[in-house]
Ligand binder design. Structure first.
Ligand code: NAD
Ligand code: UD1
Length: 344
């Protein structure tokens, strides 16, 4: 079955890879993005990779109800929405919590209201593993305690709760996907992660060091209670994450409403910072200079998914190796040393 879907934030890192998967499956896509953290070029490349020049792009803000109403009116019936648009920098959320509550929470509320007005009630929401806070017992299952410790995570948890309440109304089918740490890029090297300024996240920092854009990686602490002292995360290939979205949509659309799902999306295999560095070095033959510095405020020792529920309900599990995450992420960095900026 092919569908007509609205994708908010579809030009971003995860959105662009998901759009490629959906387009290749024959779905019709309408993207709403204000390009505050992305480039329209990503969508051009998605279309050329999929060899389908059919994406309809609406430049605008998800908080703009008039724009969304107009989009719903002009697009014909939409079968579902994937809501990626939002802000994701933890430090910025501490400095400016009101902005995060406005874009992430109010943006999601406006979107849900407009969907309701237009009779569209199938929604996949981008949540995050950081809603678990600083867990000390594993495995982390979806019903494990949530304890968000910064405004970014608090806004994501708040939206999950708003959507849970909504899905109790007959008629809605909603999935909140708690992503662990998506990295890598499409193997073509044509689309990938394009952080503005100094990357906050480990993986793009490593690829920029490899490319000579930065001298060395700072490892934020080696005194955590982990085997080698560095933080452990559950890194997953962004293409696996993209496929998790299409599997989730298919699951929702096959079932009668109401449906409410919360799913961890990860590999179940945590890796330390040092393991990622060595994995990258092995996959690429490059060397990554690093130094140990103080812990980063807000960091936790370990986050690792129990992905069993996604496997059981969706038949989805992460397929790609750390080596593929590294070679594909490196291919993107090499082909696009400055990301989408200055690209032809
Ligand atoms: P991204 O910044 O690359 O993509 C977000 C997209 O939303 C961008 O294209 C941006 O321009 C757009 N956008 C932002 N605010 C908007 C607004 N008000 N109106 C319209 N468009 C807007 O981020 P990403 O890594 O692709 O993340 C996508 C979603 O997944 C986000 O909601 C993020 O919080 C969540 N998430 C990301 C990660 C991660 O590690 N990347 C982990 C967990 C959850
Ligand atoms: C971070 C955010 C998280 C957000 C996610 C995606 C924090 C505290 N958490 O997750 O809320 O959902 O990004 O945007 O910011 N590291 C280094 N050196 C670096 C960068 C990172 O050693 O230059 C370490 C970190 O200490 C951590 C691991 O690498 O142990 C992963 O860090 P990162 O990629 O930033 O992801 P998270 O902290 O899990």
């Amino acid at each position: 079955m092919t569908c007509r879907l609205l994708i908010t934030g579809g030009a971003g890192f995860i959105g662009s890879h998901t759009c490629l998967v959906l387009l290749a499956q024959g779905h019709e896509l309408v993207i709403v993005d204000n390009f505050s953290n992305s480039s329209p070029l990503a969508l051009q490349r998605v279309q050329s990779l999929a060899q389908r020049n059919t994406i309809q792009v609406v430049e605008g803000d998800v908080r703009d109800a008039d724009l969304l109403d107009q989009t719903f009116r002009s697009c014909g019936e939409l079968d579902g929405v994937i809501h990626f648009a939002g802000l994701k920098a933890v430090g910025e959320s501490v400095a400016n919590p009101l902005l995060y509550w406005d874009v992430n929470v109010n943006g999601s509320r406006v979107l849900a209201e407009v969907m309701q007005r237009h009779g569209c009630s199938t929604l996949v929401f981008s949540s995050t593993a950081t809603v678990y806070g600083a867990p000390i017992t594993f495995p982390l299952r979806e019903d494990s305690l949530t304890d968000p410790i910064h405004p970014y995570a608090q806004t994501k948890r708040a939206v999950e709760q708003m959507l849970d309440a909504l899905s109790r109304n007959a008629g809605w089918r909603i999935a909140s996907l708690r992503y662990f740490n998506p990295v890598g890029a499409h193997p073509s090297g044509q689309i990938g992660e394009d952080p503005l300024g100094v990357p906050n996240n480990l993986f793009p920092f490593i690829t920029q060091v490899a490319a000579g854009r930065r001298e060395r990686l700072h490892i934020f602490g080696n005194d955590y209670a982990t085997p080698d002292g560095t933080g452990i995360r559950d890194y997953l290939h962004v293409m696996d994450l993209a496929e998790a979205h299409s599997a989730t949509l298919a699951h929702l659309l096959e079932r009668p409403a109401p449906v409410q799902l919360t799913l961890n999306i990860g590999t179940g295999c945590g890796r330390s910072v040092l393991e990622v560095i060595h994995g990258f070095e092995q996959a690429t033959g490059l060397s990554i200079p690093y130094e140990i510095v103080a812990r980063r405020p807000g960091d936790v020792a370990k986050l690792e998914a129990c992905p069993a529920k996604a496997e059981q309900l969706l038949g989805w599990s992460a397929q790609r190796s750390l080596e593929e995450m590294c070679t594909d992420g490196w291919a993107w960095q090499q082909a696009n040393p400055m990301g989408y900026r200055n690209a032809p």
